[in-house]
Write a protein that binds this ligand. Structure first.
Ligand SMILES: [Zn+2]
Length: 159
């Protein structure tokens, strides 16, 4: 399951990235520390440094958190009698914590999307991974050698 010949869909790749997993295999971790993407996947060896997430993750986080907190402030103001000092403490804290919690998963999802769309350096990898099998479907020496210990046969082409 770690190594599939079929590339994952963009939705699955984004979901894997959101959960701090390699968009290619879904096993290895995507980040090695806060917001820092690994050079390559520790599980499948996929090169992850090709991403160019740049400003999109914070833009998306600001968009989502800003709308949610703005809506919550408006609702609180209209429905409840909450002291101003409390609101001045609560909403910046909520905005800060929500932004910090969402930023890395959002960046992971953006990296997953760039991988799935074959953007930047990911394009060459996606092309190589998705190329059609060029060779016989079965290796003729397979029965003579018996089953290999790792169960893999070069050119067996499970597509
Ligand atoms: Zn991987």
């Amino acid at each position: 399951m770690a190594q599939s010949s079929e590339p994952p869909s963009w939705a699955l790749a984004m979901w894997r990235g959101f959960r701090n997993r390699c968009p290619h295999c879904g096993e290895g971790r995507l980040f090695h520390r806060f917001l820092k993407v690994r050079e390559r996947c520790e599980a499948c060896g996929m090169e992850l440094h090709h991403h160019r997430a740049d400003d999109l993750p914070p833009y998306l986080v600001i968009f989502v958190v800003g709308h949610l907190v703005g809506w919550a402030i408006l609702e609180t103001e209209m429905r409840y009698d909450v002291p101003l000092w409390f609101q001045m403490t609560l909403w910046p804290t909520v905005a800060l914590v929500a932004s910090l919690l969402l930023l890395q998963p959002t960046k992971g999802a953006v990296v997953g999307l760039q991988y799935a769309l074959g953007m930047h350096g990911f394009s060459a990898i996606r092309r190589a991974g998705a190329r059609p099998v060029d060779g016989p479907a079965r290796n003729e020496t397979e029965t003579r050698d018996g089953g290999g210990t790792d169960g893999r046969h070069i050119g067996s082409g499970r597509a």
